[in-house]
Ligand binder design. Sequence first.
Ligand code: PAF
Length: 288
Amino acid sequence: MSTSGLPDLVRDLPHLRALVESWHRAGLRVGVVPTMGALHQGHLSLVRRAAAETDRVIVTIFVNPRQFNSAADLAAYPRTEEADRLKLDGQGATLIYAPDGDTIYPPGFATTVSVEGLSEGLCGAYRPGHFAGMATVVTKLFTQTQADLAYFGEKDFQQLKIVQRLAVDLDLSITVIGCPTLREADGLAMSSRNVRLSSEARAIAPVLYAELQYLAGKLAEGRRMADVVDAAKRLIVAGGYQAVEYLELRAEADLAPLDTPLVPARLLVAAWLDGTRLIDNIAVPSLV
Ligand code: PAF
């Protein structure tokens, strides 16, 4: 079993279980980085963090059909398993767990994990069923891997909050760690969807982060969200985006809607560019 170099590939659940049990018997801590493949530097930073904090790192690769809102989006999702394995070379991943569909959803599968409250609004309002599909597969990946720590990017901030909630609510013995968003040099948040952008759209894409920073500055000056949000949405569209789905200020702790950052907060946005839906968020410090 490699702890450096190219990770081994495991598809089979009994094999995975036997390995993890042997690691736990040896007193080793196991980290997991759940992914849908199409790995980029953001994923690799999660893997490196997991490798720094645990003894064995499992990277899961499973393109989860239950969290896609359209068959076309699922079909278009990049599947690059061999390239992903090569990208993991030397990053500290011990193994890739890439189960097939039946290993995650055996015939007759009838259980859904649904996290109320946190799953509503923001992306939840525009992607019906997405978070239930995501929460269900993440629960399966946690119980299948039996990992002690899990690493998620803050770019999908609502997802991170939902996963932290479900782990606590279901008494899963796993700690879910949120890791900072990795950005391209021009500020665009790294995402597997960025490869879908044309070169023209790629040049426009950083407008989203620039607007988040500008808006965060206005809020820090004491401006209310209600007074500045419409102008910020207009600027995103003027910058070349087709449409803004949402641009909201939410409390970091429970995603409660806010007008001013009187508690640690996040500005969260989803917008369409070149037929691709991009999301991003930034932290807004509390004014008090
Ligand atoms: O963020 C993702 O890539 C997915 O939502 C996850 C967490 C791997 C579940 O399919």
